[in-house]
Write a new protein. Structure first.
Length: 320
């Protein structure tokens, strides 16, 4: 029986040819302003503020985020206006649209802010049509920007916040990854008062820097009033932020006191007396008026001019 059986041929072994290896290119890392920028109106002007941190992937660095401009004849009291712009998004795109907007503002000094509002909306639509929509297929957030703009001209002042190609006029607003934290501060404490406006802006930026990892660095505050820019010095902002940190401790102590919880640092002292003493100390620090006087537009001295870009002629002179 075995002799009648024929053995079948051995099966062929298939050896597939390896496909050529095409490594996938790593995504390009762009500089991003994952940041906080905010603004609000005051009775005599408008305030725009931002942090200075810029993110390249996992790398963080300091940069300039507030661009200011005024018409040269404004120094002769012709009331041609002043503008300050900050924002969040791809840094190259942000710098481009900042220059376009400031150029339009300076190039049309006869326009009212209502007329400039229409020009601003046209510029944003053209920007997205020409520079964002064509790249929608491979689009990421690198190609989008969000702006906060404040301007003053002929006694009028306006604040705008943009999202994509839309433009919204408002009394206060913020953009960037720290927006929620900053707007929660502005929503609670926004009072139309020029004397405390710089401190409120610094506190809102501080709140975002404390809560959001993508916010940080120095705080830049640009206050437009009577066609001139003022701004606190670096030392002034640092002194305020030191007081803001102490306020966080006092706030926690107030909650503990209201809930009847012991405070670990009281050690036999009366909690209410400790809280009152801390509040008086903070009030003394924050109520002292050491703000820098209005800076001449052509001057490069001071923390404000050092950390902002200023448009003169057809060039932008960056403080850094």
């Amino acid at each position: 029986m075995l002799e009648g059986m024929t053995s079948s041929p051995s099966p062929l072994h298939y050896h597939p040819r390896p496909l050529p290896y095409h490594p996938r290119p790593l995504p390009q890392v762009y500089a991003r302003h994952m940041t906080i920028a905010l603004g609000f109106l005051t009775p005599r002007g408008v305030v725009v503020a931002a942090d200075s941190q810029e993110t390249y992937g996992e790398v963080k660095s300091d940069t300039t985020k507030v661009l200011t401009a005024f018409h040269t004849r404004a120094e002769e009291d012709e009331d041609d206006g002043a503008i300050a712009i900050s924002g969040a998004g791809g840094s190259d795109y942000l710098a481009y649209i900042q220059q376009e907007i400031t150029g339009a503002f300076r190039g049309r000094p006869q326009d009212t802010l209502q007329q400039f509002d229409k020009e601003l909306r046209r510029l944003m639509k053209e920007f997205y049509k020409d520079h964002v929509i064509p790249f929608a297929a491979q689009r990421s957030n690198q190609h989008s920007v969000e702006l906060v703009l404040g301007a003053q001209r002929r006694g009028d002042r306006r604040l705008w916040v943009t999202a994509e190609s839309t433009v919204k006029a408002c009394s206060y607003g913020a953009v960037g990854s720290g927006r929620a934290y900053a707007e929660s501060v502005l929503r609670k404490f926004h009072v139309p008062d020029d004397s405390s406006a710089d401190k409120l802006a610094a506190f809102a930026v501080f709140a975002a820097k404390q809560a959001d990892l993508y916010c940080g660095g120095e705080t830049i505050v640009a206050h437009i009033s009577d066609n001139f820019f003022t701004g606190p010095s670096l030392g002034e902002v640092q002194r305020w932020e030191s007081a803001f940190r102490e306020y966080g401790k006092v706030d926690a102590a107030v909650v503990r006191y209201c809930l009847g919880l012991p405070h670990p640092d009281d050690a036999g002292t009366q909690p209410l007396r400790t809280i009152t003493a801390s509040l008086k100390k903070l009030r003394k620090i924050l109520s002292s008026n050491r703000s820098a006087p209005p800076l001449p537009q052509q001057s490069s001295a001071g923390h404000f001019q050092k950390n902002t870009g200023h448009l003169e002629g057809d060039e932008i002179r960056w403080g850094r």
